[in-house]
Write a new protein. Structure first.
Length: 107
């Protein structure tokens, strides 16, 4: 797995964990559905954490952390839109600034 693929899978795993946490919030605590979504979310976070430890072998922390964070924000926002959450103008502008900041940090 190339280094960039590690980053992409880790960003996806963290974003998936966030989406699953959102899904778990629809159920009462300790129900089977809640436990399922919480459990799968924990596995996704665990995978992300393991991959992140490997990613840090190849990239400087001060560059990869902001890049991965903005990637997660973008994926979580896309999921939010998909499930019907509202994205306003300020939020959209913030995403654009996030992309610009990553370009500046990584260049």
């Amino acid at each position: 797995m190339t280094h960039i693929w590690l980053v992409m899978v880790a960003v996806f795993a963290t974003s998936l964990a966030q989406a699953l946490l959102k899904k778990s919030s629809l159920y009462d605590v300790s129900t089977a559905y809640w436990m399922f979504f919480m459990g799968v979310s924990a596995v996704a976070y665990g995978l992300s954490f393991i991959l992140y430890s490997r990613i840090l072998q190849y990239f400087p922390l001060n560059k990869i952390y902001p890049a991965m964070t903005v990637g997660q924000i973008i994926l979580v926002t896309i999921y939010g839109v998909w499930i019907g959450e509202f994205i306003g103008l300020r939020h959209s502008i913030g995403l654009v600034f996030g992309l610009i900041s990553i370009y500046l940090i990584l260049s």
